[in-house]
Write a protein that binds this ligand. Sequence first.
Ligand code: ATP
Ligand code: MG
Length: 412
Amino acid sequence: MEKLRTVRGVHDLLPNELHKHNVVINAGLDISDKYNYSQIETPIFEFSEVFTKPLGKSSDIVTKENYIFKDRSEDELMLRPEGTSGVVRAFLNAGLVQDVPQRFSYYGPMFRYERPQKGRLRQFKQLGIECLGLSSSMADIEVISLGHDFLNKLGVLDQIHLTINTLGDFESRQKYRNALINYLEDYKAKLSEDSIRRLSINPLRILDSKDHEDQKIIQNAPNILDFLNFESKTRFEETCKGLDHLNIKYNIDKNLVRGLDYYCHTAFEFVTNKLGSQGTVLAGGRYDGLSKMLGGSDISGVGWAAGIERLALMISSEFVNETDVVLMGQAESYNYLLLPIMKKLILEGIKSEIIYTGNFSKKFKRANKIKASYAIILGKEEINKKIFKFKDLTSGFEELLNLDQIIKKLKN
Ligand code: ATP
Ligand code: MG
């Protein structure tokens, strides 16, 4: 039989793997809730402009990773590549501008057309948080702290380090941008194709290049920290001080950037060396310019997104499916009688399965396979007496009981 394939970089999630995803997601939602971030959900596809408008001139570079399509009404739509734009759009549409701060958490699938590898997929899940309407560096510290607690909760913090940097305000970044272009122009012949293209449109993104030659050149590039004006410098110091105060360890990496125009000030990444080049498990920063680029008012924002698949690769939690009780009848015609019994057990919160087919030997094999603790066995003699054989599958001990007695035992 020829199998129907899934699309490259798009995977099924069988119970074992999905279990790990859910462990990650639940930990993230739970800690976000404690920090008073409320869960929000935005559409998986939107008009393309929600994602392209904020990109400005660099949009051609970024959209090559995007899934864009026209629907039957000729509307240009995009499968969301990230969560922040949708959340800010939703915030603006809901008229929450006057009602800040707003703190949101979200999770769900994202779509990017890139080269699939371990920890890099075309459909993947992110969990993220956004803090809107707070321009103070306290918010930056808060979101980093939330990310830190999230990773701690997952028990992976000892394999992860935090790197931070600042992009400064617009003025500082403009000055830096010019200096960077000046410096890189001298190496133009050696830069990768992508980087040459970025040189005029989006030079900061070059600092993020994964190309080896590029990286050598970048080593000696001008340092953004030397171009910060007083306000930007003070703000960065405040942020670092806040992290020190919380005993959160970090390195400053002058080449850590976010390429897009709406980013400013704090940028950070939690990175592991356990996952090869897909080591960034959680990344974020401040995006005060985003709301305006989406056509809204000037609302500051800071947040992060974490890659669920990458974190799931780091945790060891195993999926175990244990069954409280199995029901089996001596003859197949007894299955009808077992159905209402199972229904009653389930309503009592008891995890149950009727084993419909096979002889007793096969049925007990199945019970063993699904790790059942007890069996309810309906035999010919018991039917009229409304009693059952109740067997403890660990000890092998059997007794005859009515349903109420069984439920009582199972609930103990
Ligand atoms: P990378 O440098 O690894 O491509 P990025 O800068 O594109 O990451 P962000 O847009 O900041 O990533 O997304 C936040 C997080 O989402 C990443 O740190 C990563 O954990 C995860 N992520 C991003 N792209 C993918 C992908 N294609 N597959 C799986 N996880 C991803
Ligand atoms: Mg990427």
